[in-house]
Design a protein around this ligand. Structure first.
Ligand code: HEC
Ligand code: HEC
Length: 300
């Protein structure tokens, strides 16, 4: 009986130690603050063309509305539980919203750096993709945000629970700010291609559209980010898409139905992507045709 007791005590000690490590490491990662190099002032105007561009980016390309909801009043993104609580903030000037308090520079810092006004990293907000947004595009998004009707919606504060903390401790990419170089903008930002049905503009749409966040850095498919999330698909020419015509591809993104008649899961944000213009879908197609083909087990 004595040794059973000893093993049990040892086990308890190991668990206590593990909990302490997870708490300590995750606490320091969550408390970490980031210094963001100031950018030259963005040209945010009331020009209807700029606002329309911002609306298109927010609803179709960068898909802010997928997480912050169609009225941008935000929602509880992860319901309170062992993972914690994550709210996609209310981006309007209504009650519980951030818009009235944030300057344009603070909005830019949240969007392209994933950093909150107190310097800490935002959870899940995909700034590791939005860091590639050009100055004109981030200004357009801000110009659009300034026009949206206020929504009164108070949301619970984001707070990670034991599982969320465990994930942060063991390196899950829950805090995008940790992976961004805040001192130096990505080189590609200096040469954002003009809007048009070109491969180059397609590459830009794929990088700011978050495709890599789900389909993996090489676009060859990746497992879900968290338990219960579906695996994505291989969208390089070596995956099923390699056998599709451009008309098939356009139909998949406009209707959510594959050439074989099967339906895409709603987790793939095809409903927002369906709002891309024909030129944009053509640009994305041109780009995806030229990425290196990568064989992978995911759906191919
Ligand atoms: C994958 C989901 C997702 C998408 C897409 C997304 N966000 Fe967020 N965003 C979040 C979450 C979650 C938070 C809150 C994180 C936190 O509280 O730590 C957030 C926070 C923010 C904040 C900071 C608000 C605050 O409370 O300080 C701003 C500003 C913001 N998002 C703007 C945008 C804009 C603009 C877009 C589109 C270009 C966008 N977001 C797209 C999930 C998302
Ligand atoms: C939030 C995660 C997410 C994002 C962002 C995302 N995808 Fe997907 N995508 C998925 C998942 C998951 C599937 C698999 C859906 C299924 O199994 O029904 C998928 C499937 C697809 C398919 C169908 C492939 C096939 O073989 O059936 C295409 C095409 C596609 N995505 C293109 C894109 C492009 C282009 C982008 C960026 C503009 C993008 N996706 C962004 C998650 C995502």
């Amino acid at each position: 009986m004595k040794w059973i007791k000893r093993i049990a005590l040892g086990l308890v000690a190991v668990i206590v130690l593990l909990v302490a490590v997870v708490f300590g490491v995750s606490e320091s990662r969550m408390r970490r603050t980031y210094d963001v190099a100031t950018v030259s002032p963005l040209n945010v105007t009331k020009d209807p063309a700029q606002i329309a561009r911002g609306e298109h980016l927010a609803t179709a390309v960068a898909k802010c509305t997928d997480c912050h909801t169609a009225d941008l009043g935000g929602k509880v993104f992860i319901e309170p539980g062992p993972m914690g609580t994550v709210s996609a903030s209310n981006l309007t000037a209504g009650k519980g919203g951030i818009l009235a308090r944030y300057t344009d520079a603070q909005l830019e810092t949240a969007i392209r750096h994933g950093v909150r006004t107190d310097g800490r990293g935002l959870v899940i907000m995909p700034s590791d993709e939005y860091q590639y947004l050009g100055d004109a595009d981030v200004a357009a998004i801000i110009a659009y945000l300034r026009t949206i009707p206020p929504v009164d919606r108070e949301l619970p504060k984001t707070k990670l629970g034991p599982i969320g903390r465990g994930l942060v401790t063991f390196g899950a990419p829950l805090i995008p700010a940790a992976r961004i170089d805040h001192g130096k903008p990505p080189a590609s930002r200096a040469s954002v291609p003009p809007v048009g049905p070109t491969r180059e503009y397609g590459e830009y749409l794929v990088s700011v559209g978050g495709c890599r966040g789900c389909h993996g850095p090489d676009l060859a498919g990746a497992p879900g980010h968290a338990p219960g999330e579906p695996a994505s698909a291989n969208i390089t020419p070596a995956g099923p898409m390699g056998r599709w015509s451009e008309a098939d591809f356009t139909r998949v993104l406009r209707t959510g139905t594959r050439p074989d008649g099967s339906k895409l899961l709603d987790f793939m944000p095809w409903r927002s992507m369906a709002r891309h213009t024909d030129d944009e879908l053509h640009a994305i197609w041109l780009y995806l045709k030229t990425v290196p083909p990568v064989q992978s087990a995911a759906r191919s």
